[in-house]
Design a protein around this ligand. Structure first.
Ligand SMILES: NC(=O)c1ccc[n+]([C@@H]2O[C@H](COP(=O)([O-])OP(=O)(O)OC[C@H]3O[C@@H](n4cnc5c(N)ncnc54)[C@H](OP(=O)(O)O)[C@@H]3O)[C@@H](O)[C@H]2O)c1
Length: 251
């Protein structure tokens, strides 16, 4: 077999993570930064949290983090984000498509604006970011990690648009692995319940979701961070795969 690759550190690898200022994205950024990576933290409205996180990283290692604001629904955002990573750090190794919108869309009341928002953040932006980043990633034998959802594989009741957008992202993950190989690996992480949405979720639905996990408990954003680190550092022969990190919810 050609080349048994050693596990490599992420020292000086450059990560671009969308929606990285808070919550799950911030935890992924922390984990990869702790493993040596430099991080461009993308945000849309969480300017304060993004600045604090970058400060935290730069205190640990100087010039190891920067922030960039963009609305991913804008057509210019993908090129601007990739350009910002190259301007800050001179290269791009890992793109993490984490930003997302999530809310119920009961059938009968779905609007075109909801379609644009949910499909735009969860599916369209990851595709166009991957396309914008492909040249730079290929130069580094790079990696794309799409943060999907187990509900991209099975629908979440009341959330048909979100579920469909994540299903699209799951297929995009496999499809891009074919299109962008051999120079770029493309993988997905499908979280189960690791952090409840801030815009409120029905308590009965929460109980039902936890009840359906084999481990009978919710996870933690750190579970997603660790899985991203595994894919980035220890998995050179894995591409086109989606790892469910869901306490057994999807079995
Ligand atoms: N939390 C969970 O338990 C769970 C479960 C399954 C899957 N996931 C997936 O894991 C990922 C992270 O989850 P999360 O709960 O941490 O996500 P989240 O808080 O719902 O959203 C992450 C960030 O996405 C950004 N965002 C949304 N729309 C945007 C747009 N149009 N342009 C730019 N940025 C935009 C927001 O950034 P600003 O704050 O800067 O505006 C937001 O902070 C998501 O892909 C989610 O679908 C999470």
């Amino acid at each position: 077999m050609a080349g048994t690759h050693e596990s490599s550190s992420l020292l000086d690898r450059v990560v671009l993570i969308t929606g990285g200022a808070r919550r799950v994205g911030a935890e992924i950024a922390r984990t990869l930064h702790a493993a040596g990576a430099k991080v461009l933290i993308h945000y849309r409205s969480s300017a304060g949290a993004a600045a604090l996180l970058a400060e935290e990283f730069n205190r640990i290692r100087v010039r190891s983090a920067a922030i960039h604001a963009a609305d991913l629904l804008s057509a210019e955002a993908p090129d601007q984000l990739v350009a910002a990573a190259l301007a800050q750090f001179g290269r791009l190794d890992i793109l993490i498509n984490n930003a997302s919108t999530f809310y119920p869309t009961p059938v009968g009341r779905i609007t075109a604006a909801q379609w644009d928002d949910l499909m735009g953040s969860n599916l369209k932006a990851p595709l166009f970011l991957a396309q914008a980043a492909a040249h730079s990633l290929a130069r580094q034998q790079g990696l794309i990690i799409n943060i999907i959802d187990i509900h991209g594989l099975r629908p979440l009741k009341g959330y048909p648009l979100y579920s469909a957008a994540k299903a699209g992202l799951a297929m995009l993950t496999r499809s891009l692995a074919r299109e962008l190989g051999p120079d770029i690996r493309v993988n997905g992480i499908a979280p189960g319940p690791v952090l409840w949405a801030e815009n409120g979720m029905d308590e009965d639905l929460k109980r039902e979701i936890i009840g359906k996990t084999a481990l009978k408990r919710g996870g933690d954003p750190a579970d997603i961070g660790r899985t991203a680190l595994f894919l980035a550092r220890d998995a050179p022969y894995i591409t086109g795969q989606i790892i469910a990190v869901d306490g057994g919810r999807s079995i």
